[in-house]
Design a protein around this ligand. Structure first.
Ligand code: NDP
Length: 452
């Protein structure tokens, strides 16, 4: 007869084997599931019913994965074909909710990893939203506005068959901001009629929520503030490095500066700029949001700033806080060592899965406080859910109302993760705390709904 702990180990191993057999060519998805399974032992020991009802095998399988052709015509009149995806991962606690990513690296593995993470992130917000994610291998870089519009219209012509305000509500992610959401929303409306709640991240004049553009970046900083509070500390006088210079990074910089910290560096996929006087956000916004240019141009405009090719995590400089806000697996073992050598005491993730498992191990070995993505970057989807509420109620909340709610949600996410870690005897392991707290709510909903 096996005891609970042995049974748990065998069960987790069997799930890992299944995923390796079924999805051998999905490295990002396997990494996300493995990171999650690594934290499930304590909760399964306590709840053998999750093993008996095979919750883990059910939860790692998307309810539906849709792949489709996206034909469009470029400015030269050439026919172009991209691949579109929507993975509707889990609707146990609400309609599928999660962004759309337009980036040449997008494939089923990346969309499944993002959709899987989204299940637990959305659960942690305390709001009634399930998990999903989508996108395309379309590269928006260098495309004209007309090309972007034609692509978005073609993408939505197919996607519109599968989404709806009470069914599946996409939003933005890498390569999808206000411009793209606007074009997709316009096309959805032509096809299906007016339904404000079908997409979030809309413009303010047609049903968007105030603070949605800021939400992921601001939310990340509110969450990080809670981590700092546990050390009786704050952002005041802290030196911070942020990767990326897109939506999440920009508003993280804004909030760090508002709270008295200094952001020394930001980046893009080519390189990074260091400005020891503190990043001038108006210059970054002009380059990235208005001109859609490269971060390199910052050094040409701001005296004293320097541009370097490569990853910002190779930077040799003393600082206190690292906030990865670009993409998955941007911090590997080498970068994590560099970060700790630079004297960093806290890492909190704005991007999804930016730290590899090896990097997370190094944070642990060096006692860094670590705020995992699914908790720390949940502010974006939380305000998206608030946008859905405002659309349903046909009213708009003020910036202050939304910002106050966002702050409260981020504080609650931190509290829930920390309390759960504590209850399972895991100290300040916020990754396990977030995984367990997010998981239990979804698992219980699935159990109540029978064989789903
Ligand atoms: P944006 O497209 O606005 O910006 C992405 C930034 O990351 C750009 O600076 C981009 O540089 C950089 N980047 C992208 N890919 C790479 C790469 N392979 N290597 C290095 N840098 C790269 O996206 P967001 O700011 O919206 O998203 C950033 C991260 O945050 C993603 O992981 C996303 O999933 C996550 N996230 C976003 C949310 C949101 O509300 N937008 C919500 C929760 C999480 P370049 O311009 O050179 O490509």
């Amino acid at each position: 007869m096996l005891n609970n702990m042995e049974e748990t180990k065998i069960y987790i191993k069997s799930i890992l084997e299944k995923i390796n057999n079924r999805d051998p060519y999905q490295p990002e998805f396997k990494e996300a599931v493995q990171n999650f399974l690594n934290t499930m032992e304590p909760v399964l020991d306590k709840h053998p019913e999750y093993i008996h009802e095979n919750i883990l095998e059910r939860i790692i399988e998307p309810e539906r994965a849709i792949q489709f052709r996206v034909p469009w015509i470029d400015d030269k009149g050439q026919y172009q074909i991209n691949r579109g995806f929507r993975v509707q991962f889990n609707s146990a606690i609400g309609p599928y909710k999660g962004g759309l990513r337009f980036h040449p690296t997008v494939n089923l593995s990346i969309i499944k990893f993002l959709g899987f993470e989204q299940i637990f992130k959305n659960s942690l917000t305390g709001l009634p939203i399930g998990g999903g994610k989508g996108g395309s291998d379309f590269n928006p870089k260098g495309k004209s506005d007309n090309e972007i519009m034609r692509f978005c219209q073609s993408f939505m012509t197919e996607l519109s068959k599968y989404i709806g305000p009470d069914l599946d509500v996409p939003a933005g992610d890498i390569g999808v901001g206000g411009r793209e959401i606007g074009y997709m929303y316009g096309q959805y409306k032509r096809l299906k009629g007016y339904q404000a709640g079908v997409l979030t991240g809309k413009g303010i004049s047609y049903g968007g929520s105030l603070i949605r553009p800021e939400a992921t970046g601001f939310g990340l900083i509110y969450y990080t503030e809670e981590m700092l509070n546990t050390l009786n500390d704050s952002f005041k006088n802290k030196k911070v490095v942020i990767s990326g210079s897109g939506n999440v990074a920009i508003y993280a910089v804004e909030k760090v500066h508002e709270l008295g910290g200094t952001v020394l560096a930001v980046s893009d996929s080519n390189g990074y700029i260091v400005d020891t006087n503190g990043i001038d956000l108006s210059v970054v916004k002009q380059i990235k949001e208005v001109e859609r240019g490269r971060i390199k141009e910052y050094a040409e405009r701001v005296k004293g700033a320097k541009y370097h090719e490569g990853s910002v995590w190779n930077l040799d400089l003393k600082y206190d806080i690292a906030l990865p806000c670009a993409t998955q697996n941007e911090i590997g073992e080498k970068e994590a060592r560099k970060i700790t050598d630079n004297g960093v005491k806290l890492v909190a993730e704005g991007a999804n899965m930016p730290s590899t498992p090896e990097a997370i191990q190094i944070y642990k070995q060096n006692n860094l406080l670590y705020g995992p993505a699914k908790a720390a970057n949940a502010g974006g989807v939380a305000v998206s859910a608030l946008e859905m509420s405002q659309n349903s109620m046909r009213l708009s909340w003020s910036s202050k109302e939304v910002d106050d709610k966002l702050k409260e949600i981020m504080q609650n996410i931190f509290k829930k993760s920390a309390e759960t870690a504590h209850a399972y005897g895991l100290g300040n392991d916020y990754l396990s705390g977030a995984n367990i707290a997010g998981f239990i709510k979804v698992a219980e909903a699935m159990r109540s709904q029978g064989l789903v």
